[in-house]
Design a protein. Structure first.
Length: 131
């Protein structure tokens, strides 16, 4: 609608991604037409809207760019993310890598459990061993 600000629209797009809903245009158009309509009105295409919302389109789905993740690999990726950029929010990580976020929740039951495990692993790795 005409009274939606770019900031409001970006928050709605990122929230949808953080809720782990499909970000494919055809699904968004059916599931949340007002969001899709507003994104097209403001940014011309759904893909442009994802770029503006800083959603990594290469990391949304399982496929050749995103091979199957084991428990260990998923946790290693989260630990690396924590080491490099600090502890992410669920929405933040989903927008960076929705596929990883889905895997972490599926493998560990919740995002918080995965964060706790990855944080513990990160702290163990960076602290010197006591003698």
């Amino acid at each position: 609608s005409q009274n939606v600000t770019p900031d409001q629209l970006i928050k709605r797009i990122r929230r949808r991604c953080g809720n782990l809903h499909s970000m494919r245009a055809m699904f968004v158009r059916k599931a949340d037409y007002p969001l899709y309509r507003d994104a097209l009105a403001m940014y011309g295409t759904w893909q442009n809207a994802l770029v503006q919302a800083d959603v990594n389109r290469d990391r949304l789905y399982f496929g050749t760019k995103n091979p199957k993740l084991t428990h260990v690999t998923a946790l290693e990726l989260l630990s690396k993310r924590i080491s490099e950029n600090g502890v992410p929010t669920l929405v933040g990580l989903a927008c960076e890598n929705q596929y990883l976020t889905r895997c972490l929740i599926a493998r560990f039951g919740s995002f918080q459990t995965a964060l706790n495990l990855a944080s513990a692993a990160t702290k163990t790795d960076v602290q010197p061993a006591s003698s």
